[in-house]
Design a protein around this ligand. Sequence first.
Ligand code: FES
Ligand SMILES: [Fe+2]
Length: 421
Amino acid sequence: MPARNGKQWANVPGKLASGEYVDSRIYSDHAIFEEEISKIFRKVWIPVCHESELPDLYCFRTTTVAREPIMVVRGGDNVVRAFLNVCPHRGNMIENRPSGSFEEGSPSGAPKHMTCMFHAWQFDMKGNCVHISRATEGYQDRLACSDVGLRRLRCEVKFGGFVWVTLDDGIDQSVEEWANGAFDCMRKSLDAEPLEVFHYHKAIIPCNYKLWHDTNSEFYHDYLHYHNRITGFNDSYFARKNIGFGNGHINVGSFEVQYDQYEGFESREELSFPYLPTNHWEMIDFFPGVNFNLRGSALRCDIMTPLGPDKVMIEFRGLGLKSDTPEERLTRQRHHNSIWGPFGRNLHEDLLAVSTQQATMSEWAEKRRILHGRHETDADGDPTIHDEEGMRHFYNEWGRRMDRWPGNPEMSYQKGQEKAA
Ligand code: FES
Ligand SMILES: [Fe+2]
């Protein structure tokens, strides 16, 4: 069979069915991207940081959710709360630093308060406005502190101490309900004792956020990772399950990694997370753009912030146990960074692959099909590690929320389902 001409190239290859591929434009189209922000990212729970990043009372962390600036604060009552990082007066961003403490207060404000530097309005840790500069002189009895509190956001600390926030006041699910069982595989390990972030870096990657999610949720691409092939690729590796949960989340089942098969590496047995079988590797791909990856001695969490159709900020965190001794912590960091640090055996390979995928899918590129059609099951018929069930599951939820059929984004989700049936 010769290489295909333009018409053949645009056709669905082989006998793949609708639902086993997506249209490449969902990775590059600006209108689709804007819709994803409003229909998905503004509507779901997103973990924005870990509670260990707010180690003391009055600590804060700032970030964005769906391009809205937000801040997370640990109050004097030890409760973690989230607010829009927006002053109710003239819309200044209240806090510019990525993290810090309100314990001392700013020069124009007061200790244990947030102060907007523009006109020095002050707010307490619960988001109440407690001071308006020259209030009665300017506003007489027309505006009081009680009229201008911060915009609070629903916030929960859950699943190993991650701080989850949603912009949607009307969301009808708790974080527990939103997870829908996807955390069951590792929650005992994460909740056994307090965790602590020991590694943080972020990168802006020239790819659509879904490509990063895809590569995290499929392991067929272990042909890309020499380290993974050498330490895995045995019967138990190929038996790992690929399991979908409600709301679009996915688990990749565990197996025992043979770290000592890689030259210079050693078993990670000694520092295995509580309740995690020795050297095992559990993974959760959370809808729409979060990944929890527990490999023996270290937990990695990627949080994606989409910046444009072809640009995503990824924050990479590595976590260990708060109770680690300095020696244990160093070993854990070495284990984490030797695989997942910027110079590790794995991360840069994935980053290169998604960047070059995106390079072929610019807005002006001919549309083509991106294939998610592998079915590879065990004797019980359950999808295993090289099945692409995880991606199909993700795109089904994506299509439902977007009301677009991923294989043909001009078609409604319902119409696509009818045609696929
Ligand atoms: S904008 Fe914040 S006090 Fe004026
Ligand atoms: Fe990978």
